[in-house]
Write a protein that binds this ligand. Structure first.
Ligand code: GTQ
Length: 348
């Protein structure tokens, strides 16, 4: 509403009117328009950083308090400090840190929420997705597309810890959550390990493969070893001044994002490199895989090192200063913005 001067009687008449129509569940747009149609996004989420060492300790404590079987999933949710109680790290995304102890399994279930894993610690745990097991190594990016059966297990000797990224708040907003538990805790393998990567992830596809509908990537594991090799291999040229050397993970059959609601990225910032100010509409969760640096997010500096996780909400200005050769994994809801014609970025 524009500011006009009004008489006290007029102000009173309006208040009475608002109260009267409120009983009919009506409310005047002119009182709220400025809050609804903002000139720029103004996310209620705030920037935040979680140091791995400070997550790990309570996670290990959870390991003594509750079994994976009891918990179904033993996860500490990373809640955006401004969105407490909503299990949300941004308005659309969920992030959590899951631990499976040696000998434990997290039983098979499936849900309409899409999920990703990024292994942070341990090297013997697996996720099984629709009958294919994937042993997870640090930095591996693993998909659990919507409505695929998945269970986790740790046949090793050390705790396994990974980051879970899901579109939980988005699916909740859309009232589209369905889930079910399997009668068998563990899926019997129906294909050998590595099958999906060989069929779909070697710059080839099965000769008659056709992606159907809104498809997720048929590749279940994107090994960090390969991502790392690519990041190093492209680092001879000039880094992009806003992004460094940045690649996006793809569905190799479509060129689109790995899952319809979640985009994922890997980037390398050489030691000493400082990115120029950058904003985008997709709120993004970052994980440091190698190196260290400072992320300046809307003027506040957060220092990060290996396995630290930080969040850059929509349209917050980001500058990263790498103090070592640094590799960052990130994920966001960018594919949703792009599908709806809403995605924007700003490079200063
Ligand atoms: O591992 O299936 O962090 O269903 C949240 C919900 C993990 C999982 C989470 C889940 C899972």
């Amino acid at each position: 509403m524009q500011s006009h001067t009004i008489e006290p009687e007029q102000a009173q008449a309006r208040r009475e009117y608002y109260d009267r129509i409120s009983r009919q569940n009506l409310t005047p747009l002119w009182e709220v328009l400025g809050k609804l149609v903002t000139p720029t996004p103004g996310s209620p989420a705030v920037a935040a950083l979680w140091r791995y060492a400070e997550i790990r300790e309570p996670l290990m404590e959870a390991g003594r308090l509750i079994s994976a079987a009891e918990a179904e999933r033993r996860v500490l949710i990373l809640e955006n400090p401004a969105l407490r109680g909503r299990s949300a790290i941004t308005q659309t995304l969920y992030a959590g840190v899951q631990m499976v102890l040696p000998g434990e399994v997290a039983a098979a279930h499936r849900h309409t929420q899409s999920a990703l894993r990024l292994l942070l610690e341990g090297d013997a745990a697996y996720t099984a997705v629709d009958g294919e097991r994937a042993t997870m190594h640090r930095g591996d990016f693993i998909l659990t597309p919507s409505w695929t059966w998945h269970d986790h297990g740790n046949p090793g000797t050390q705790p396994a810890v990974w980051l879970d990224g899901l579109d939980v708040p988005l699916v909740q907003f859309l009232d589209a959550s369905f889930s079910e538990r399997s009668s068998a805790a563990t899926q019997p393998p129906v294909r050998p390990e590595g099958d999906s990567l060989k069929r779909y992830g070697a710059n080839m596809l099965p000769v008659d493969y056709q992606p159907v509908g809104v498809s997720s990537s048929p590749v279940l594991v994107y090994p960090y070893e390969r991502t790392r090799e690519s990041l190093l291999g492209i680092s001879h040229g000039e880094p992009d001044e806003h992004l460094g050397f940045k690649l996006r993970y793809v569905n190799p059959a479509t060129g689109g994002s790995p899952m319809p609601t979640i985009g994922a990225y890997a980037q390398r910032l050489p030691s000493g490199f400082e990115t120029r100010p950058y904003r985008c509409t997709d709120g993004t969760v970052y994980v440091c895989l190698e190196g260290s640096g400072h992320a300046e997010i809307s003027g506040t500096t957060h220092s990060f090192g290996p396995n630290d996780i930080f969040i850059v909400p929509s349209w917050n200005e980001l500058r990263i200063h790498a103090t070592k050769d640094t590799h960052l994994f990130s994920f966001s809801d960018r594919p949703v913005h792009q599908a709806l014609g809403l995605w924007r970025e700003s490079r200063e």
